[in-house]
Design a protein around this ligand. Structure first.
Ligand SMILES: [Zn+2]
Length: 76
């Protein structure tokens, strides 16, 4: 299976991994609630996983604009 990390804000592909078996702990999603997991982690029919994360550019702009981060969080 392949794991693709995509920025949830701008859609940029942040990176991808190819591993035969990956635990949710390795993905960093073990701490998420069930709702967050459903929203952030998507499986396609071939067993590949897309995880919504945040790219460096967006992280930087969100750090400069914490209000925007709050807004974005709540509209999701
Ligand atoms: Zn981004």
């Amino acid at each position: 299976m392949a794991i693709h990390y995509v920025c949830r804000h701008c859609g940029t592909a942040v990176g991808s991994l190819k591993q035969p078996v990956v635990s949710s702990r390795q993905l960093g999603i073990h701490a998420l609630t069930e709702d967050e997991r459903i929203e952030m982690v998507q499986y396609d029919s071939e067993g590949n996983v897309t995880i919504k994360t945040i790219c460096e550019d967006c992280e930087e702009s969100l750090q400069r604009n914490p209000d925007f981060h709050e807004y974005d969080y709540f509209i999701h």
